[in-house]
Design a protein around this ligand. Structure first.
Ligand code: DX5
Ligand code: ZN
Length: 249
C-alpha cells in the first residue's frame, strides 16, 4: 500500500536536469557528483557550434569524461547546424539521449530515426518563436519535447513568459498523441519560474545558473527548485482531482 503511494508520487514528481553549462569546469566531475547525490534525474549537456547559435561550448570529450564519473543519464542538447554528423560520436562517448532542434533541420524525421537506430532516446527542441504545431507529425516518434524558454546559446538569460501558453499547448498535444512523452523546459528556470512551467504542464526542468551559480551550494539549490516545482504539481494534482470529483457529482 505504502509502496504504491510512493510509486504514484514518484511518477508525479518533477524531474531535474542540471545543465553543466553553468558549472565550474575546473571542478566538473565533483559538481556532477554533488548533483547526483542531491537527486538529479539526468545531466543536461549543451553543445554549441558558434553557427547554429552565436556561442561555443563543449563537445564529445566532456561526455566521455562524465560517463566515467556518473551513473546518471547524459542528455545531449545539440545546438549545432548538422546534428547528424555527430550522433555516432556522442553516442559512443556515452550520451543516453539527444535533443535536436526543429529549426534548421530539413530532415528532422531522419535525424530522429538515426537516434533511435543508435538505441538512444530522442527529443525535439523548439525555440521561443516556433509554434507548438510543428511538433504534431513528429510527436509519435519522440520520447521528449524541449520547449526553449529563452533563445538558445547562453546561460543565465531571462525566462520568456510568452512561452507559457505554448507549454500548455504542447502538454495537450502530448496527452493526445504521445502520453508518457517528457515535456522539458530550458532557460531561465529558477524557483520563481519553475512553478509557472510546471503549472503549464512541464515535467522536466533544465536549470544551469539556478543550480550551479548559487551561494549556498548545489544540494540547497536543487532542493529549492524541487520544492517550488513540486508544490505547484501537488496543487495541480489536487485541483484536477477535485475538478473530476465535482464533475462526477
Ligand atoms: C541555453 C541552454 C541551457 C542553459 C540554461 O541555450 O540550452 O541549457 O544552460 O541556462 P540557465 O538555466 O542558466 O538559463
Ligand atoms: Zn540546453
Amino acid at each position: 500500500m505504502k509502496k504504491g503511494r510512493n510509486q504514484e508520487m514518484d511518477r508525479d514528481a518533477v524531474k531535474l536536469a542540471p545543465s553543466i553549462l553553468a558549472a565550474d569546469f575546473a571542478r566538473l566531475g565533483e559538481q556532477v557528483a554533488e548533483a547526483e547525490k542531491a537527486g538529479a534525474d539526468r545531466i543536461h549537456i549543451d553543445v554549441m557550434d558558434g553557427h547554429f547559435v552565436p556561442n561555443l561550448s563543449m563537445g564529445v570529450p566532456i561526455v566521455e569524461s562524465l560517463r566515467r564519473v556518473t551513473h546518471l543519464p547524459l542528455e545531449t542538447h545539440l545546438m549545432i547546424s548538422d546534428p547528424d554528423l555527430f550522433l555516432d560520436d556522442f553516442s559512443k562517448a556515452g550520451s543516453d539521449s539527444f535533443l535536436v532542434h526543429w529549426e534548421g533541420n530539413n530532415n528532422l524525421h531522419r535525424t530522429v530515426q538515426r537516434i533511435k537506430a543508435l538505441g538512444k532516446l530522442g527529443g525535439v527542441a523548439i525555440n521561443p518563436a516556433t509554434p507548438a504545431s510543428v511538433l504534431e507529425e513528429i510527436l509519435p516518434d519522440v520520447d521528449q519535447v524541449l520547449v526553449m524558454t529563452v533563445n538558445p546559446g547562453f546561460g543565465n538569460q531571462h525566462f520568456i513568459h510568452t512561452t507559457l501558453p505554448k507549454i500548455r499547448r504542447v502538454r495537450q498535444m502530448i496527452e493526445q498523441f504521445k502520453p508518457g512523452c517528457d515535456l522539458e523546459v530550458d532557460g531561465g528556470i529558477d524557483p520563481k519560474t519553475a512553478p509557472l512551467t510546471v503549472h503549464a504542464g512541464a515535467n522536466v526542468l533544465v536549470a544551469g545558473s539556478a543550480i550551479f551559480s548559487v551561494h549556498d551550494g548545489i544540494a540547497a539549490a536543487m532542493k529549492r527548485l524541487r520544492d517550488s516545482a513540486n508544490q505547484k504539481r501537488t496543487e495541480k494534482t489536487r485541483n484536477s482531482k477535485s475538478e473530476i470529483h465535482n464533475q462526477s457529482k
